[in-house]
Ligand binder design. Sequence first.
Ligand code: MN
Length: 260
Amino acid sequence: MQSGTAEKPSRNPTKSQALFVSDIHLAESRPNTTNAFLDFMAHQARQSGRLYILGDLFEYWAGDDDIENAWNHRILEAMRQLSLTGTAVFWMPGNRDFLTGERFAAESGAVFLPDLHDDVFGELKIAMAHGDAQCLEDTDYVKFRMMVRNPQWQQQFLAQPLEKRKAIIESFRKDNHKTNETKPDTVWDVTPSAIDEVFSRTGASTFIHGHTHRPGIHEHGGKKRYVLPDWDLDSAQARGGWLELTASGKFVPHPVNSTI
Ligand code: MN
């Protein structure tokens, strides 16, 4: 990152209430995405009272002992610095980084949220989820999720050496790639009945989630559903962004600066 005009603080003295991001899919092999995220953390995120990271920040997370890795440490340090400079950082694990645990929380300074959480901003109640738990048509995945979210399974998995865990995750990913190619398109989106349930369980008027990589705004019986974009600044179709809840309570989507 070069210093220049981007280093100057925002001219707007009014902080946003919150920023929402998900599916950044950080990996050491994606340097542009990593730089864009670190730039976002050092600039835009500091202009907000809160930052909600709604899962899949990492391409995968094999366990908190991987914090020793210098690259992982750098990401956690960016989160910690943000929380130290006055932006509350909230963390909801996704389907790729659900093995983040207590050490991750302690070292990142982030407050863990359950998958399906709601917060009130003035008059507005917002429900948040990663999004995978609302994709019920992918029955193979629903079964897989039940298995890996089981504390006993996690305990056994985490008892294995880090390198072995990484190899297992890589093999899951290869298998997924193969089976996913044959699935119909609707499998990749949320199921309407699951969205009904989010609104009825939380009483929220707005639902924000990621996971599907289909950014957009949807009306749902007078309520609104915002889908966050995934980030990839290392492919030909550079993309990414976040959703802002402004000081006055408006939602504004922002594209990531792909020239960093
Ligand atoms: Mn996901």
